[in-house]
Design a protein around this ligand. Structure first.
Ligand SMILES: O=P(O)(O)OC[C@H]1O[C@H](OP(=O)(O)OP(=O)(O)O)[C@H](O)[C@@H]1O
Ligand SMILES: Nc1ncnc2[nH]cnc12
Length: 170
């Protein structure tokens, strides 16, 4: 199945000059939703994973399903002010802004093998901030895993030393 056919391009969202890759059209198709989940798991191969992190909000669509299949736990990384208990924070810049991400301080144990999942790798600012959080907590990032990579923005440049895998390349 050609999953790219299910991705909708929306020009000038959320800002002028940004070509937004809309995945709601892929999520809405039962066949594409199932196929994308299956293929994302294939990217992980046979790696042993303790924790799957999903990055708010679009990373939450597939990360819990992947955690179930990998017999791992699910941990949310959220935008500032949303997690209720004690957190670690990282500031970051993304393709169209800046923000702060948080994770609960007790969410990752030293030595945990962690899979980081998000929908889009663009400039890499978001994923790099999450890698930093995991490493500060003593976790090992086994893979940063995405549905799509905007290769022309060279997000991998910010993720050096960490395995990166994406289903679709643009
Ligand atoms: O590689 P980067 O340049 O950092 O961009 C990628 C990030 O941008 C989007 O999130 P957004 O902040 O728009 O939030 P959302 O998932 O809540 O829509 C996307 O879901 C990634 O998390
Ligand atoms: N161009 C883009 N489309 C969808 N999500 C994004 N996140 C960062 N850049 C994006």
């Amino acid at each position: 199945m050609d999953l790219k056919k299910f991705v909708r391009d929306v020009p000038d969202f959320p800002k002028d000059g940004i070509l937004f890759k809309d995945l709601t059209t892929l999520w809405k198709s039962p066949e594409a939703l199932k196929e994308a989940g299956k293929k994302l798991l294939e990217l992980v191969d046979n790696h042993q994973i303790d924790v799957v992190i999903g990055i708010e909000s679009r990373g939450f669509v597939f990360a819990p399903m992947m955690a179930v299949e990998l017999q791992a736990g699910f941990v949310p990384v959220r935008k500032k002010g949303k997690l209720p208990a004690q957190t670690l924070q990282a500031e970051y810049a993304l393709e169209y802004g800046t923000d702060v991400l948080e994770i609960h301080t007790d969410a990752i144990k030293k030595g945990d093998r962690v899979l980081i999942h998000d929908d889009v790798l663009a400039t890499g600012g978001t994923a790099a901030a999450v890698v930093e959080l995991v490493q500060r907590m003593g976790g090992e990032v086994v893979q940063c895993n995405f549905i799509m990579e905007l290769g022309f923005l060279n997000g991998r440049g910010k993720l050096q030393g960490v395995p990166v895998a994406a289903l679709l390349d643009y």
